[in-house]
Design a protein around this ligand. Sequence first.
Ligand code: UD1
Length: 435
Amino acid sequence: MDRFRITGGQTLAGTIRISGAKNSALPCMAAGILSSETVTLHNVPYVRDCLTMRRLLEDLGATVLTPELHTHKITAANIEVYEAPYDLVKTMRASVLALGPLVARFGKAKVSLPGGCAIGTRPVDLHLRGLERLGAHVTLEAGYVIARAPESPDGARPRLRGGTVDFEKITVTGTENLMMAASLARGQTILNNAACEPEVEDLAALLNRMGARIRGAGTPQITIDGVESLGAAEHTIIPDRIETGTFIIAAAITGGDLEIKDCIPAHSAALIERLRCAGVDIEEVNPSTLRVRCDLANLKACDVTTKEHPGFPTDMQAQFMALMTQAHGTSNITETIFENRFMQVAEMMRMGANITTHGNTAHVEGARQLMGTRVQASDLRASACLVLAGLAATGETIIERVYHIDRGYEKIESKLRHVGAHIERLRESVTAPLA
Ligand code: UD1
């Protein structure tokens, strides 16, 4: 397994470009299943999760061409399999995004239940209840969800029917799954208490280009008028707001000066507000560029509570915590979206941080000098937190299991090296003795 070696204490300076959003690319790739014509996606990030989604599409029988590294041409004309197997779903929970499109277009789908997950139980019950509201017959068999669309009275293909879905809790992929399913349903669907994340809006933009009729994406109520079929489309994935936020914090935690290009500052508004409150200087140079500077002597503790968009994103909680270890004062960080999402804390403490947790709140005693040591990445965002801590620490930090980071950050080590970080990837040894 690859590792990162970081020698901390370097002040970052220069320009970093943001890649496409993983959490937008994944549902947009799954949307390819909805059409027999080619869906072309640009700005797909080169990250492990997108490769996993590509494999899933290919296993179903779709063809995926990549004429350029970040362009995917997905053609799902010859789908022969309607199943997302356990092996794929266990490595990437977002595989569940195949469920809505498969049942909507082919009337049947079999998708493994995600099972245990590093950041809590993360069920998919809301996806399933939503599909039932659209007339699907859903059963659970041997760890798999099997969904079938109702037979049509006129003998036409089995097809979902429009309905009203009131999400009990806001779910991002649940909203996306239902939006895709409803696009091909007979009649109108209304999704209430829908997720407002920019990635939901981006997916709706793609679906509308394919011929769907979706209004209200980006608000808590989405209306979808189902259509008979969807066609070809070309779409550019939005910039990754979590990668943007991670590099903003990289600039801050090293007392650096970074220009962050190809981002959408409005998508990071809640984070930017909290960082300004902590004393980080963030300037919007133009609608796609931020300049971040920070004088660590002036960095002060600031509380955050994670919330659904437009609130403070749970996916930035761990990185914000890394920064707060360097701020003057004590900050309280409250996680409301996922249970068990303080996986970074134990490793941060080993680096010298002073953090105590009470339930879903972490109290971070700031202005601590972190010290490099050997730490282990546990999930995607906790791993990003350790990279940031390593940049601020004295001496050498070795981060094990960086495959977690590779799931969602495109070449993070080269991007950081380019702006002055001392970080290298130590490749897994290929000289292990044969069994
Ligand atoms: C998405 C993001 C992930 C982010 C999360 C919250 C993708 C691919 N992943 O994950 O990076 O951290 O949103 O912003 O976009 N829940 C249920 N039942 C369900 C579905 C969800 O109880 O059927 C609960 C979850 O356990 C969690 C909360 O709802 O407590 C929000 O989860 P959800 O928005 O669904 O997260 P994901 O879509 O999996």
